[in-house]
Ligand binder design. Structure first.
Ligand code: NI
Ligand code: MN
Length: 223
């Protein structure tokens, strides 16, 4: 069993018996943040891409002992800023206590707020305590999501905000390829260009046979 806590925007905390993973911990400056970086501890920080609303408080969590796991470019950047990091790229798998994670493509862009290159944007499948969770990062809908679906997903965490990522219609199409047991919509309502109705999305997903929950920031679900 793994507990998934939605921290607001694309930030989630996934906790298992031995390992806690923060994904895209954008908390400072996030109007939806359910916690500050001070209140969170993680063993690993997984960063899908370098945009400020994803890299976020990565360095603050690293200062408290978390290992940064991301692209080569983001890992090098984090190390330059004093973090301990493990450099990877799309297709790579990283094993940790209680599970593993594997990076998949995402159709997006990836640069740091100062314009420096962040490598390829990624999505990630985490297996923790026997449960498989896909965090899509920021992405458009793409047909190779069918390959990710072959992992056998217990939960898909999908952006629905539109403008910068998939909107609700494409996220519903993505569900048909990913075939997860459940869906958690993210990356919406944080800023005016990405306002969406999470409950309406979950209802439409249910009509297609996919259970889901539009968690409010700070709420959790168990997978
Ligand atoms: Ni982005
Ligand atoms: Mn984003």
């Amino acid at each position: 069993m793994a507990r998934v806590t939605f921290l607001g925007h694309a930030a989630v905390l996934i906790s298992g018996q031995q390992t806690t993973i923060a994904i895209d911990p954008f908390l400072s400056g996030n109007p939806q943040a359910a916690a500050s970086a001070d209140e969170i501890t993680a063993d690993l920080v997984v960063v899908t891409h370098a945009h400020g609303d994803h890299f976020g408080d990565t360095l603050a969590l690293a200062q408290k002992g978390a290992l940064v796991v991301s692209t080569y470019e983001i890992a090098v950047y984090a190390e330059k800023h004093g973090a301990k990091a493990f450099a990877m790229n799309i297709g790579g798998r990283y094993d940790f206590s209680g599970g593993w994670l594997k990076f998949y493509p995402a159709w997006h862009s990836s640069s740091f707020p100062d314009g420096s290159y962040g490598g390829m944007p990624m999505g990630v499948v985490v297996e923790l305590d026997g449960k498989k969770i896909y965090h899509a990062g920021d992405t458009a809908y793409f047909s190779d999501m069918a390959l990710i679906g072959k992992e056998g997903l217990d939960l898909a965490i999908l952006p629905i905000g539109d403008t910068f990522t998939m909107g609700p219609d494409d996220a519903l199409a993505a569900l048909q390829l990913l075939k997860p047991k459940r869906v958690l919509p993210i990356h919406y309502n944080t800023f005016p260009p990405i306002v969406q109705d999470g409950d309406a999305f979950v209802e439409r997903a249910a009509a297609l046979g996919f259970a889901g929950e539009a968690l409010k920031p700070g709420e959790s679900l168990e997978v």
